[in-house]
Design a protein around this ligand. Structure first.
Ligand SMILES: [Zn+2]
Ligand SMILES: [Zn+2]
Length: 367
């Protein structure tokens, strides 16, 4: 008859939480699993003790009975024997299904480890914020391993067992005449394991969805639709697989004046017809605030573009800046005073430039 202290076997205090008990069990089960200790025959005995202690202490009702006293408990609970007293997980392979990943084995019914899913979230940024760069927090809907069942999907104290239908292969084969059809096992859905009592938290999936707050640094000059990769911040992997990545996609607000083109900005600059004809120095607004002075040479035509080097967006991948492209729009006065009209008529008298000469020459030359 068992006389050992089940709490001492798991190395936890009598007031240990279910989570502490589960963690202690997982740690010890890995350490003493017979497959991890092929040269130590005592490991299997120790492993069975650990299994038994966990089975009792992880079940609130059985733990309560055990706590009331050894006589009340040991009447119906034996650690030695033929194994049938171990309830649903006396079979080493059942435990192995859960911890197989730790030993790197591809065993019967073992679910393969897989990398967690990549998760993509978008972040909304103001025009100036994106230009100067900002550190912000995003809420990423990632999948985590369920902490109630440790990712197994089985209710605490129970374990997934090898699917009896397919023997853990995940597929079933039917012979039909000359052909053998292989299809996904209907009983286990291809996982190779079945769960008798699903975990109440994750309903057997082994996963729960969580909104995880992640701090992300948006580089100065971030463009709309830019994808920033944060390695290892996606969903948790399955059965020990690595986490996926998190991708943050930037959504940058448009500016009413500055149009982004690569790392350059384009701005349309109204210039009066006299400024265009005579030449002028004019102030041009800069995307991040302030102005830059631009020299408009005499005789500047409508649509002419000037490039202000380095006044565009910083390259988000580092080093240098784009340019500010200034496109001239010549503004003609919509109304003239009498005096203005007289001056312009006098101008027209002395200015005999035929602006359509070239147009008609080209029309005449065409075949
Ligand atoms: Zn199956
Ligand atoms: Zn669960």
């Amino acid at each position: 008859m068992e006389t050992k202290d089940l709490y001492r076997i798991l190395g936890v205090s009598r007031g240990a939480s279910q989570e502490e008990i589960r963690r202690a069990y997982r740690r010890l089960a890995r350490k003493y699993h017979p497959d991890a200790n092929p040269d130590d025959p005592s490991a299997e005995e120790r492993f069975k003790e650990i299994q038994h202690a966990y089975e009792v202490l992880s079940d609130p009702e059985r733990r309560r009975r055990y706590d009331q006293g050894p006589s009340a408990f040991f009447g119906g609970e034996r650690v030695s024997g033929n194994g049938s007293g171990f309830g649903g997980f006396s079979n080493i392979s059942d435990i192995f299904d859960t911890f197989g990943d730790v030993f790197g084995r591809g065993g019967r019914g073992q679910r393969p480890s897989s990398r967690g899913q990549d998760v993509t979230v978008s972040v909304n940024l103001g025009f100036r914020e994106a230009l100067s760069g900002v550190t912000t927090r995003v809420s990423a809907p990632v999948e985590e391993e369920c902490s109630t069942c440790g990712g197994s999907g089985a209710a605490p104290g129970t374990f997934p067992r090898t699917c009896p239908e397919c023997g853990g292969r995940g597929t079933s084969t039917q012979d039909q005449g000359f052909f053998a059809f292989s299809s996904t096992c209907r009983r286990c859905g291809g996982s190779g394991t079945v769960i008798d009592r699903p975990c109440p938290t994750c309903h057997g999936d082994g996963r729960v969805r969580n909104a995880r707050q992640v701090t992300v640094r948006i580089p100065a000059g971030a463009k709309d639709g830019m994808k920033i990769r944060i390695p290892g911040r996606g969903s948790a992997g399955r059965n020990g697989g690595p986490r996926g990545d998190l991708y943050v996609v930037t959504r940058v607000a448009e500016h009413p004046v500055f149009e982004r083109r690569g790392d350059d900005f384009v701005v349309e600059l109204p210039v009066s017809f006299t400024e265009a004809a005579l030449g002028a120095r004019v102030d041009v607004p800069r995307p991040e605030g302030g102005t830059v002075r631009l020299k408009i040479p005499a005789g500047t035509q409508d649509g002419k573009q000037f490039r202000v080097r380095g006044a565009g967006a910083p390259h988000p991948r580092g080093g240098g800046r784009g340019d500010l492209i200034v496109r001239v729009r010549v503004v003609v006065p919509a109304k003239l005073t009498r005096r203005e009209r007289e001056i312009l008529e006098a101008f027209a008298d002395v200015h005999d430039d035929n602006v359509r000469e070239d147009l008609f020459r080209r029309v005449g030359e065409a075949r």
